[in-house]
Design a protein around this ligand. Structure first.
Ligand code: ATP
Ligand code: MG
Length: 429
């Protein structure tokens, strides 16, 4: 991709209404633009990152044997009345009426729709356990949408649902998802903690939240400084625990930290299957009610959480797997030097052919402007091509996360990048 024809919508000034660093940087880097309160456009730069989070989520879900599918975002009221959530869910549920006076909602979550599907389509214990997932737009009419896509009204979620014959089988699937979430957030480059959690309007008994650690986080967690105990503040307070207490596991004392909830897993048990009569026939031909689990990842929120943890005073510093482009090439004074232009174009062609996603800086702008734009958008690997270095047979390499640049022999650039910049098969070029 060439910057001259890319919708690179960087801003010099920090937008006045953005409080959080991630929100400021997403606006300044030109990743997102607000359309209405809590509703955002994802510009090409941001969209590429969003797709990378999706790719990681998809790969890790597929590894567990979960099947991807897609449910509609508009859901009929009747299903929500079966579980009584049409009233109970409250004002976050955006209700809509069509021209025939039929009532619908824009889905904030999909337990009702999936349970309806399961009661029709899953017939026998022989098909169990089974897990289905989708990556889809949700709408919650949040009372205070804020911090950009961190707490939006429209946002992207991965939601998975497991169906099990027994509680033991549910617990096994829960652990499989818990482990997959650990891999997902590790690959996203997040420092996070899985904490015991309350189940809120989704319901069920056992639940964990995955909390990305960040001072800007809205949630508070309590964790043992030496042991494994970790819980969100509601669970800890229910157990009568506070900061400074001895950890319930006997190891260390409790400390508090702030977190951003990037995912949550629930053992729903029979809450939805009982209410909606989702059953299968067991070995003896008897009707049994399904056990269910549900598992959510805030795909769009994860992008913001990663920026909270990966930035400096100049801009974003993408972990390799999430970067919108892996490599940027900045030719110096390309419009004056035919040699520089040729070297840049030929490296761009070679790297692209090798499957790297590369952003070629071909705008006729001052070097200072180009460098500050590239610092802001945070591409991990940068190649700078200039006349003087070319005379020595060299080009400059700079890693976004490091302070100093280094000179590399021109003929070793490809080998160097193959070693240092990872390839991701489904990245776009
Ligand atoms: P929160 O407590 O932050 O309101 P939640 O517990 O209501 O979130 P879940 O029902 O657990 O959310 O949804 C699964 C995931 O979807 C959350 O872990 C979070 O990452 C993401 N998510 C939920 N609400 C929003 C939102 N308004 N904007 C962006 N992401 C969200
Ligand atoms: Mg939650």
């Amino acid at each position: 991709m060439r910057t001259s024809h890319f919708l690179l919508a960087t801003l010099k000034e920090t937008p006045a209404d953005a409080e959080l660093v991630s929100h400021q940087l997403m606006l300044r880097a030109g990743m997102i633009r607000k359309l209405a309160s809590g509703i955002y456009n994802w510009l090409p730069l941001g969209f590429r990152v969003l797709k990378n989070v999706e790719r990681i989520v998809r790969e890790e879900m597929d590894k567990t044997g979960a099947q991807e599918f897609l449910m509609p975002s508009i859901q009929p009221a009747e299903l929500w009345e079966e579980t009584a959530r049409w009233e109970k869910y409250g004002n976050e549920l955006l209700k809509i009426t069509d021209r025939h006076e039929h009532r619908f909602c824009y889905g904030p979550t999909h337990e009702e729709v999936i349970t309806d599907l399961a009661r029709r389509e899953i017939k026998s214990y022989k098909q169990l356990p089974m897990t289905l997932y989708q990556i889809q737009t949700k709408f919650r009419d949040e009372i205070r949408p804020r911090f950009g896509v961190m707490r939006g009204r429209e946002f992207l979620m991965k939601d998975a649902y497991s169906f099990n014959l027994t509680e033991e089988s549910l617990k096994e699937d829960y652990q499989i998802m818990y482990d997959a979430y650990t891999r997902i957030f590790t690959r996203c480059g997040l420092k996070f903690r899985a904490v015991a959690a309350t189940t809120g309007s989704i319901g069920g008994n056992i639940s964990h939240e995955f909390q990305a650690l960040a001072d800007a986080g809205e949630d508070v967690i309590l964790y043992s400084d030496k042991g494994d105990y970790a819980a969100n503040i509601e669970i800890a307070e229910q157990a009568g625990l506070k900061e400074g207490d001895k950890s319930p596991d006997g190891k260390g004392i409790l400390k508090t930290a702030r977190g951003i909830e990037v995912g949550q897993v629930f053992q729903l048990g029979k809450k939805y299957s009982d209410a909606m009569n989702a059953t299968v026939l067991d070995e003896k031909g008897q009707t049994v009610t399904l056990f269910m689990g549900c598992y959510g990842v805030g795909v769009s929120r994860t992008v913001a959480a990663v920026i909270e943890q990966h930035h400096d005073e100049h801009g974003i510093i993408w972990p390799d797997e999430l970067a919108p482009f892996q490599i940027s090439i900045i030719p110096m004074a390309m419009y004056k030097s035919a040699r520089v232009k040729l070297a840049a174009e030929s490296l761009y062609k070679q790297l692209t052919e090798q499957g790297f996603s590369v952003l070629l800086e071909d705008r006729n702008e001052r070097a200072g402007t180009l460098f500050s734009d590239h610092d802001l958008i945070g591409i991990p690997h940068r190649i700078i091509i200039g006349e003087r270095n070319l005379d020595q047979g060299k080009i400059e390499y700079k890693n976004r996360a490091k302070k100093d640049a280094e000179l590399i022999d021109n003929d070793k650039v490809m080998a160097f990048l193959k070693e240092h910049a990872c390839h991701f098969s489904s990245s776009r070029t």
